[in-house]
Design a protein around this ligand. Structure first.
Ligand code: HEC
Ligand code: HEC
Length: 175
């Protein structure tokens, strides 16, 4: 998703906000092969993402979340009991807000945008324009898991060994 793909006034208005949004959708899905698909319907219930996003832009973001959290659409979206997909499987009601996971995700989106806007963007290396890849995304914490695994700090001896190894590497590099 690029700013240039939006009408100019919308892009100007969104500025910073969209900048953060693009980084939430780190890995856009590969272009769908085969017959062209109709554009996704216009979203009707966006509360955190910019309301000017097209259906396709929202879909790109959703596919990114799927991969970054290692989940499927139905982790956050409720089943629509009255609708079936062409393959017979139940359809999802995307605008519906009944799953608590969806609301949690909204809070997470807000948090991630704030992290990028107010914190990581102020780190000096960032201002010196190091790769924008350092943006915080869902995957920064989730690493492909719905419940981010706890980080276990290395035990003291492991930590020492690691340092010794690094020292050895350095002195070899100097030779
Ligand atoms: C981690 C939770 C999560 C996952 C996984 C997820 N979504 Fe969403 N989705 C949301 C949230 C939250 C919103 C609303 C964003 C907002 O309020 O700005 C949303 C909004 C949408 C909308 C817009 C609905 C409307 O009309 O307002 C569509 C369409 C959608 N998702 C499709 C999908 C599809 C398709 C997948 C799987 C590829 C998917 N989502 C996976 C959380 C998720
Ligand atoms: C700064 C780290 C961080 C970032 C960035 C982050 N999350 Fe989370 N998220 C967490 C942690 C930690 C938890 C687990 C809270 C718990 O269950 O103890 C969590 C939990 C969740 C849950 C609820 C899981 C459950 O078990 O119900 C959802 C949904 C979620 N995150 C979605 C997202 C989405 C979508 C993004 C990106 C827009 C995101 N998160 C970005 C740290 C993060």
């Amino acid at each position: 998703m690029k700013l240039t793909s939006l009408p100019l006034p919308a892009a100007a208005l969104l500025g910073v906000c969209l900048f953060a949004v693009t980084t939430l959708a780190q890995d856009p899905p590969p272009a769908r092969a085969g017959r062209p698909h109709p554009p996704a319907p216009k979203p009707t219930n966006l509360k955190i993402l910019p309301k000017t996003l097209t259906g396709d832009q929202v879909m790109d973001i959703m596919h990114g979340w799927e991969k970054q959290l290692g989940v499927e659409c139905d982790t956050c979206h409720a089943i629509d009991p009255n609708k079936k997909r062409p393959n017979g499987r139940p359809a999802l009601n995307f605008p519906d807000d009944s799953k608590p996971e969806k609301e949690t995700a909204r809070q997470m989106v807000k948090m991630t945008m704030e992290l990028n806007q107010n914190y990581t963007s102020r780190v000096e290396s960032k201002q010196n324009n190091e790769a924008a890849a350092k943006e915080v995304s869902c995957g920064t914490c989730h690493r492909g898991h719905f419940d981010p695994p706890a980080f276990a700090a290395p035990k003291d001896e492991e930590h020492e060994q690691e340092h010794e190894r690094e020292g050895a590497d350095k002195s070899q590099a100097q030779r």
